[in-house]
Design a protein around this ligand. Structure first.
Ligand code: SAM
Length: 222
């Protein structure tokens, strides 16, 4: 797959359309992707993943809203199979039905439910330890994001990539970012933080399997 330059990628993000001109700084486009991303920051992430990670067999997106970010990334990052988790409550979620058929991947599981429900972990059980890449952009509370990361510890294989959004702009997510810097099971690979903060982590060798208090309350060492 040929990869546009970083500057071209910034323009491609803008052309895809945001969900709000005033907030994101580029226009909403009729029939577009309704992205909730900063163009420079998101382009830097996509460019990095396309050039340096290149692709993944099994990917997982937690928190998709319109699904525009799910689609855009997979235009340049070869994601063979994809799992989706979202609670379906976002005002942009109705766009997903339109955008989903345009995503270059095979969807093998789509869970529309609160990611913290134990039923979600049960549904995801067949792919435990097999996910190569996860984009985590769901619950932005301190506890909720930590719960999601404990679930990712179950799902990600060693050396997999985990991307977190809003780890600069949202105070609770920033606190989780700081916790992760002290983790023995993740290491920071890249941090694109022009505006919202997109941090890229590598999953290290699993040490302690997450348990009840990790999943239920987000407590414990990440
Ligand atoms: C910030 S939006 C995602 C934006 C999207 N990644 C993008 O870049 O356009 C957060 C999404 O996560 C969903 N969400 C929030 N909390 C959730 C939870 N506990 N379980 C599942 N989905 C959740 C919201 O409904 C919304 O669709």
């Amino acid at each position: 797959m040929s990869v546009p330059s970083y500057s071209e990628m910034v323009e491609l993000v803008k052309e895809a359309g945001s969900s709000q001109q005033e907030f994101f700084g580029y226009p909403v486009k009729e029939g577009g992707l309704y992205l909730q991303q900063d163009p420079e920051e998101f382009a830097a992430l996509v460019h990095f993943l396309a050039k340096e990670v290149q692709g993944a067999d099994l990917t997982l997106d937690l928190g998709i809203a319109s699904g525009g970010q799910t689609k855009f990334l997979r235009d340049y990052f070869d994601a063979k199979k994809t799992i989706i988790v979202d609670d379906g409550r976002h005002v942009l979620f109705p766009h997903w039905a339109r955008i989903k058929p345009m995503v270059k991947t095979e969807f093998i599981c789509e869970i529309i439910r609160n990611s913290h429900d134990k039923e979600v972990r049960e549904q995801l059980a067949p792919w435990r330890g097999k996910v190569d890449f996860a984009f985590v952009d769901g619950d932005h509370s301190y506890r909720g994001l930590r719960q999601d990361i404990f679930m990712m510890k179950l799902m990600l294989r060693e050396n997999a990539i985990m991307v977190l959004h809003d780890t600069a702009a949202v105070w609770d997510c920033k606190r989780v970012f700081d916790d992760l810097l002290r983790s023995r099971e993740f290491t920071l690979l890249r941090n694109f933080d022009n505006r919202f903060g997109i941090s890229v982590w590598k999953r290290l060798k699993p040490r302690t399997p997450p348990g009840y208090f990790n999943h239920q309350f987000g407590w414990g060492r990440l």
